[in-house]
Design a protein around this ligand. Structure first.
Ligand code: MG
Length: 316
């Protein structure tokens, strides 16, 4: 870990949260605010257990919206929900749902990268919600800190499409992206980077990351959200899934490595070489030599004990 000069990250659930969140709300009709669109969507969705519906409700809750209780609520598998909110029939779902109810889905606005949810009320589209997987809080800082500690390059590997991957990479300061990868291609990517002479650490969470975690010089698994396979394959597990801990592990590793070097130099190098030479030249007798022989052990212990007292950012 101290000598690693390249970091490889899996994207989904490692650099990103791993579940879609609402990133934008677009009202489509005059007189409808973002809050109105969100209110209708979240009120209709609040009895649905679908993860996307729950993301919409959670987003509304974060914005302190007071929701209405939907009546005549219906989940339409694979399409969305239909409910009556405040006396109006509301549709929340994909284009298929709107078409099914004779509502023309609005043409897309802006840059869609993630998932689009349409909201229709009273038979006409009133808004659009954009959902996307968002980056982990602290991921950007963690990458910046790692680069400052001498990591030359940060690479992201993902099975996701290039456009989504590139957006995440740009947000986080990742240098290189390999997108559209099949699980086995992650190992190939790691092998290829190692062939370029990099010493690399791989960070991942999924079963499909496990082979690459084994292949990497250091494998790091997301401990809490990571799969059992990833945990078993990794050398280091982040128990709190906090990416800044990678920078902490790196700092600890570098400090430990330096201590080992000091110990070898001072203990074995200086004292033994001096002691042997002094004995050969007859400057010291057996008793003094025996005392001198113990010297390095004590030095090494004392120098190593210092590790207990050092403060590394982010470590307990
Ligand atoms: Mg993943």
């Amino acid at each position: 870990m101290a000598k690693v000069d390249l970091l490889v990250f899996d994207k989904t659930s490692t650099l990103t949260v791993g579940k879609p969140e609402v990133v934008a709300v677009w009202p489509l009709v005059p007189g409808f605010s973002e809050a109105d669109v969100l209110h209708l969507a979240a009120s209709a969705d609040r009895r649905s257990s679908h993860p996307l519906a729950q993301s919409v409700v959670a987003f509304a809750a974060r914005h302190q919206l007071v929701l209405s209780e939907p009546t005549d609520f219906e989940v339409l598998q694979g399409r969305g929900v239909r409910a009556i909110v405040d006396g109006t029939t509301v549709l929340v779902g994909n284009a298929k749902l709107l078409t099914e109810y004779g509502v023309e889905p609005p043409r897309s606005i802006g840059e869609y990268e993630g998932i689009t949810i349409f909201v229709a009320a009273g038979g006409k589209p009133v808004g659009v919600l954009d959902l996307a997987d968002t980056v982990q809080p602290g991921a950007k800082d963690a990458i910046a800190r790692l680069k400052a500690s001498g990591i030359h390059k940060v690479v992201m590997l993902t099975g996701d499409n290039r456009r989504v991957a590139q957006r995440v990479a740009n947000d986080l300061g990742v240098d290189e992206v390999e997108a559209d990868l099949l699980p086995e291609q992650k190992v190939e990517a790691v092998t290829r980077l190692q062939a370029h002479g990099y010493r690399l650490a791989m960070v991942g969470d999924g079963i499909n990351d496990a082979p690459a975690l084994v292949k990497a010089d250091v494998g790091i698994a997301m401990g809490a959200r990571g799969t059992q396979a990833a945990l078993e394959a990794a050398d280091i597990a982040l128990m709190t899934d906090d990416l800044s801990k990678i920078a902490t592990a790196r700092a600890l590793a570098r400090r430990s490595y330096r201590t080992i070097q000091e110990n070898l130099f001072a203990g074995v190098g200086v004292v033994h070489v001096l002691g042997i030479n002094a004995a050969l030249l007859g400057w010291i007798g057996p008793i003094q030599a025996a005392i001198l022989h113990l010297g390095p052990d004590i030095l090494v212990f004392l120098n190593s004990v210092k590790l207990l007292r050092i403060r590394v950012e982010g470590a307990i």
